[in-house]
Design a binder for this molecule. Structure first.
Ligand code: COA
Length: 202
């Protein structure tokens, strides 16, 4: 068992987590070049994200500190590109509250998301990271992501042009549906998810 699991539990994201998720996200909007967003978002904005994830069958999970019950981190998969040809590619996101960095949560949540994405039959999990965000790039590379390329000066924040590095995690065992068929991932089993357990054999 990962040491982080002594202190934190992992479960699916719910409406009750949205204020904490919004706070974690807004702190990074205000203080980092990791996100190319300038204005803080509302809890309603995050509610739409969660509703859309559930409707489309994308997963979203959170880490909860056992002693306080606080939601301190979250991770999700979303669409890489909206055209159907890209349906089996997902983009991963992971955010940890500043007070809980370096406790192993980034690794734990990302590994669980890779496991989930593999069971959902994605072919590739991608990440687009501001190149100067070396902790995130280090995290994903340590989990088996390969650098796919760098877009130079494509983002602009805090008065500076920024490079964005794309990383990919390829899942060789996923097969396509056959010629002429639209590829579809298996929807995340919302309300049935248990951390670390097979998603569909129940
Ligand atoms: C990147 C992030 C998710 C890492 O989470 P974390 O819980 O602090 O990381 P972990 O404790 O699990 O560390 C895992 C690995 O990440 C890397 N890492 C994390 N923080 C690092 C830092 N400050 N400097 C260098 N490497 C770092 C290391 O490779 C580390 O492995 P190690 O402990 O064996 O050296 C966290 O810093 C974060 O939420 N950042 C803001 C959001 C973000 O950039 N998300 C990624 C884009 S979607």
């Amino acid at each position: 068992m990962s040491n982080s699991l002594k202190r934190y539990s992992i479960r699916q994201a719910t409406k009750q987590d949205l204020p904490a998720i919004t706070e974690i996200y807004n702190e990074r909007i205000a203080n980092s070049t990791g996100l190319f967003i300038y204005e803080a978002v509302s809890v309603d904005y995050m509610k739409k994200w969660l509703d859309d994830s559930q409707k489309m069958g994308y997963p979203a999970i959170v880490a909860v500190e056992k002693t306080t019950g606080h939601t301190v981190a979250y991770s999700y998969l979303g669409s890489f590109r909206s055209k159907p040809a890209f349906n089996l590619s997902a983009e991963i996101t992971v955010y940890i509250h500043l007070d809980h960095h370096r406790q192993g949560l980034g690794r734990l949540l990302s590994l669980e998301m890779i496991r989930i994405g593999t069971e959902m039959k994605f072919k590739a999990i991608t990440a687009g990271i501001t190149t100067e965000n070396t902790p995130s790039i280090g995290l994903f590379k340590s989990l088996g992501f390969n650098e796919a390329g760098v877009f130079h000066n494509t983002g602009y924040k805090f008065g500076r042009f920024l490079d964005v590095t794309f990383l990919e995690y390829c899942i060789p065992e996923t097969e396509g549906p056959g010629d002429g068929k639209i590829p579809r991932f298996i929807p995340f089993p919302w309300d049935k998810y248990v951390f670390g357990q097979s998603l569909y054999n129940k």
